[in-house]
Design a protein around this ligand. Sequence first.
Ligand SMILES: NC(=O)c1ccc[n+]([C@@H]2O[C@H](COP(=O)([O-])OP(=O)(O)OC[C@H]3O[C@@H](n4cnc5c(N)ncnc54)[C@H](O)[C@@H]3O)[C@@H](O)[C@H]2O)c1
Length: 335
Amino acid sequence: MKVFVVGAGVMGSGIGQVFAMAGNQVTLYDVREDALRKAREGIAWSLNKLREKGVVKDPEETLGRISFSNSLECGGSDLVIEAVFEDLKVKGEVLREVSAKTKGVIATNTSSLPITELSTFVKRPERFLGMHFFNPPVLMKLVEVIRGEKTSDETFQFGLRVVSSLGKYPLPVRKDVFGFVVNRVLFRLFTAGCSLLALYTPEQIDYVAMNRLGMPMGLIMLLDYTGLDVNYNIAKEASRRGFEFQCPPLEERVKQGKLGAKSGEGFYNWSRGRPDIRAEGGPDPSILLEPAVKEALWLVREGVVEEEELERGVELGLGMKKGIFKLARELGVLS
Ligand SMILES: NC(=O)c1ccc[n+]([C@@H]2O[C@H](COP(=O)([O-])OP(=O)(O)OC[C@H]3O[C@@H](n4cnc5c(N)ncnc54)[C@H](O)[C@@H]3O)[C@@H](O)[C@H]2O)c1
């Protein structure tokens, strides 16, 4: 298959690499030459690491399947994946241009913009869908495949098949809801964690998230790690689109210039690297989990996703040891 990836940043370069590793012919396009150079270096480095682990046989051959281009000549592609900045205007312009050049399927890797809204920029909205890869695409086994209101059944099924062909799990998101599935669940966990900051320390909350909910990193630490400014912007966008994701302590810190790991301080001090979590007397885990369970139930009831799919998606996307429903039953949140 011929795949054209627009935007060679963190996600675009990873997505291009994944497609090349699965034997596809890939063109990676960016407007910035330095982004293309960095992408080539990053992919070459990663392929060599994967050879050491026995995952990739011939890094040179795999890299040879990727062309790095500053020309948006995507005609003849079977699939175009848009992975530019998370900005409606930028994405709109790119999609309009791409759609004038290809009759192939177009997918967006957006994490928070509605697929249906983005589909207004393309000529054939029935051949448009969401393909939400997780970071880093090479290592994360999950891809949410999102059906917009106008996506045809054929395009949706094509998206699911393509993701399977990459050796990843395609999580079918049958309705275009804000944040899709895994992030909606995560935002509910964040909101619960944030509200408990009035009563507990970040360490106490994170200790429970890691040791009782089986998360690989504590919730408050994850906010710091992914960037408080990034999460603050997502929270604002979420509220604007009718999904309440509030965290006043987050806003306070952003206003003080504390942006998390990247600025050296957020809820934690990162000056000596990733903080150690040792704490006693944290919250009851069911209080942390309950809003996420309600969200998961809503997603299933609304026909967005099926229970087993959601379980698998949360395990793979959030790295949780158990699915949300299983955990909820064990903790007595669900009977
Ligand atoms: N970073 C993550 O953790 C993550 C996870 C899932 C989804 N996403 C989504 O993936 C998309 C890309 O995010 P990212 O983290 O890779 O961003 P990034 O900033 O690393 O990369 C974006 C790239 O797009 C390029 N670009 C911008 N405008 C362009 C244009 N008009 N034409 C061609 N290239 C253009 C930039 O030069 C840059 O190289 C966003 O929609 C984001 O929401 C990100």
